[in-house]
Design a protein around this ligand. Structure first.
Ligand code: UD1
Length: 367
């Protein structure tokens, strides 16, 4: 099966696309798999590292208010569709899959114009603008949360879950502790503000730093590329506690998650799918700066399941971070309950379900 995949802008859209690409590559080593990303998105950095072929288009997102920016975006969109149609004719995919982010817009739209079957994968409980727009053109909508189906009236949707969940499970037990300055003896708290970092989480961590030293657990703190220098400076000033390791970004997150005990994070849907798959208790601070406050909805779903402690960002600080980490790590019954509750709501065979959907479309197309 030849596949064209597109998704970008942030890790939450890119990693599910990559996970599915890797799955197809394992099943069909001879298949042509092409990733279409934006020239300046995070995907331009991540995709080539995976040894996948990356084609690019130039695209930006629409702003909610009328503006000259939106006129430029329409022009770019039209050009990007032309470019994507050329890529489709060159690579002849059997199916095109969009995982969200602006860049998936012209690619899935071009697939419809070229008569190639297409699928949109939505990671969130509330869909993004691109996927809502594309739902008119795509043949199927794959969902990670059943409740998102109400945003696609009249469309055939299927609950597949998030392919990244399958991938982190595969890495568990198979990978040694990556060399990140951590001790194999200590339990590990991963703090990460999504794929680009989050200032309020960074502020809470820097506040907690002086009190981290001497604890019987360690912190792996991923700041986000743009925040790294500033945060690293604060860590230096706090005497660089021996149980805190700081990094700007991790390219090997599935291998790292296999060795983590608790996670403190934003509530991006792909991160949550990973945590549920592994049964990792979570301390969540949803970003309020996203469409329809969807991160809060993602987080509250986990809270209701008893798998996460959720704080709004104005309530969160260094003291609460330390208290919650101690509460979860040092009360085995709490850790075990949150672990089990997370596993209970996980969907872990997303790759298989998405593949089934793609195969059915391919078969229909060939009839
Ligand atoms: C601000 C914003 O618009 N955020 C959205 C974006 O978030 P964002 O890109 O932050 O997405 P997620 O938190 O869902 O996923 C981040 C992904 O990047 C990976 N990762 C992260 C840090 C790192 O150092 N290394 C690494 O590999 C994580 O393991 C995960 O696979 O997409 C998500 C999925 O559509 C949405 O739910 C979020 O609301």
């Amino acid at each position: 099966m030849n596949v064209m995949i597109s998704g970008g802008g942030t890790g939450g859209h890119i990693y599910p696309a990559l996970a599915f690409a890797r799955y197809i590559r394992r099943l069909h080593p001879e298949a042509s798999i092409v990733y279409v990303g934006s020239e300046d998105g995070l995907e331009a950095d991540i995709v080539p590292r995976e040894g996948l072929q990356l084609e690019t288009v130039k695209i930006s997102g629409f702003k909610r208010k009328l503006s000259a920016h939106n006129v430029r975006t329409v022009v770019r969109f039209v050009k990007a569709v032309k470019q994507a149609r050329r890529y489709i004719r060159t690579h002849q995919p059997d199916v095109v899959i969009g995982t969200g982010g602006y860049v998936a817009g012209p690619v899935v739209y071009a697939a419809a114009k070229e008569g190639v079957p297409s699928i949109v994968h939505e990671q969130n409980s509330v869909p993004g603008l691109t996927n809502k727009f594309l739902s008119r053109y795509a043949d199927r909508i794959a969902l990670s949360f059943e409740e998102a189906s109400s945003y696609f009236p009249g469309k055939e949707t299927m609950l597949t879950g998030n392919p990244r969940a399958s991938e982190v499970l595969k890495a568990r037990g198979a990978s040694p502790l990556p060399d990140l300055g951590l001790s194999p003896e200590k339990r590990t708290v991963l703090v990460v503000g999504g794929s680009r970092g989050a200032r309020p989480i960074n502020e809470a961590v820097t506040e907690a730093l002086p009190d981290c030293a001497g604890r019987d657990w360690q912190m792996l703190y991923v700041t986000g590329e743009v925040h790294f220098d500033e945060v690293n400076q604060v860590v230096e000033e706090a005497g660089r506690p021996e149980n805190v390791a700081v990094h700007p970004f991790l390219y090997n997150m599935p291998e790292v998650l296999a060795h983590v005990d608790v996670v403190c994070a934003r509530a991006g849907a792909t991160t949550l799918a990973e945590l549920m798959a592994l049964g990792l208790p979570a301390i969540l601070i949803p970003s309020p700066y996203v469409t329809n406050n969807h991160q809060e909805k993602n987080a509250r779903a986990l809270e209701e399941a008893g798998a996460a402690l959720v704080s709004r960002e104005e309530e969160f600080n260094g003291k609460r971070l330390l208290e919650q980490v101690e509460q979860i790590l040092n009360t085995p019954a709490i850790w075990e309950r949150m672990h089990q509750n997370a596993l209970d709501v996980a969907v872990t065979d997303a790759n298989e379900r998405l593949y089934e959907l793609a195969s059915a479309l391919q078969a229909n197309d060939k009839k």
